[in-house]
Design a protein around this ligand. Structure first.
Ligand SMILES: Nc1ncnc2c1ncn2[C@@H]1O[C@H](COP(=O)(O)OP(=O)(O)OP(=O)(O)O)[C@@H](O)[C@H]1O
Length: 300
């Protein structure tokens, strides 16, 4: 039985429609929801969380339908960063409050407090008011609280927003720990390298519409297995851009990119000669390549 089962969930706002979405996530799986700004990622996560009522569809958690508007101890969400915390309470009081809300006893909350502070990288901030923390610190605290509740399903909307490189690693480790304990994680992020390190499958939203979820490897293959990238010193002329496009090369400012299985690197280098080249690589396609390819298709 999947830990999370989303069936036909839809939501309409004036000027935007999240069309029916269905997918399931198994215990111990990290599932990504990808898309450009305004594609509907947060709307989807909010309807799954129950903070926004869907127009249609159901959400099952470990085999039981979630009842909208009711807190569910099996589900933790990190949707609005620090905005979901109480700013006039201290860090320790917030940890205690959310632990109590999830039904943890006073004893286990006390025992967990130091662990949560450590996990959030906030060991010396227990007595600080949440309103005095930086945005990245608040984001880390929300995630550490969500992890403390040992959820069966965790929804994360841009968990690394405003978080520095060192603490991004802490967040990555926290998600990996939960995943390894059997939690099903649904994650959105514009940081595609972060997604690539964690997720195995993804649902791509484009203007509120989605296709079947795909394995990350299948998504990368949209660009071909190998991608060639050439960075020029100067932006190419209009005539050269037209010539490159006719060869199947996409041009974004000074960056040229093409599927290496259909376009040879030498033909690209011949076409741009004698322009100065800053870098030139042929390598395995990344998720970023695939998403850029999709974005260019959408803009065309
Ligand atoms: N409460 C609301 N009322 C009206 N429209 C809304 C509401 N919330 C979201 N929308 C609209 O729904 C669309 C999708 O927004 P959403 O926040 O889900 O996108 P997103 O993919 O998460 O974008 P981003 O990457 O920028 O966070 C947008 O056009 C937005 O304006």
């Amino acid at each position: 039985m999947p830990s999370l089962e989303v069936s036909g969930v839809s939501k309409r706002y004036p000027g935007f429609e999240l069309q029916p979405v269905s997918f399931s996530v198994e215990a111990g799986e990290v599932f990504a929801v990808l898309g450009l700004n305004g594609a509907g990622k947060s709307t989807l996560l909010r309807t799954i969380a129950g903070t926004v009522l869907p127009d249609a569809g159901t959400v099952g958690i470990c085999g039981r339908n979630r009842r909208p508007g009711r807190a569910d101890p099996r589900l933790s969400v990190v949707l609005d960063g620090g905005r979901s915390l109480y700013w006039k309470m201290s860090v320790a009081e917030n940890i205690d409050y959310f632990g109590a809300l999830k039904g943890a006893s006073a004893r286990s909350r006390r025992a967990r407090r130091d662990e949560v502070l450590l996990r959030a990288g906030l060991a010396d901030k227990g007595d600080s008011l949440v309103g005095t923390l930086s945005r990245g610190m608040q984001q880390r605290l929300v995630l550490a609280i969500a992890v403390m509740c040992e959820p069966r399903v965790l929804l994360l909307d841009e968990p690394t927003l405003g978080v520095d490189l060192v603490h991004e690693r802490l967040i990555l480790q926290a998600i990996e720990t939960l995943r390894d304990r059997g939690c099903a994680v649904v994650l959105t992020s514009h940081q595609l390298d972060f997604i690539e390190r964690l997720a195995t499958r993804a649902l791509v939203l484009e203007g509120g519409r989605s296709k079947e979820p795909q394995a990350l490897g299948e998504l990368r293959d949209l660009m071909g297995e190998q991608v060639l990238e050439v960075e020029l010193e100067h932006t190419p002329s209009g005539a050269l851009i037209a010539q490159l496009c006719a060869m199947g090369v996409s041009v974004d400012g000074r960056s040229l990119r093409a599927d290496a299985s259909t376009t040879s690197l030498y033909s690209v280098l011949d076409a741009v000669r004698p322009a100065a080249i800053v870098s030139c690589t042929v390598g395995r396609a990344s998720l970023r390549n695939a998403m850029e390819h999709m974005a260019q298709k959408e803009a065309a």
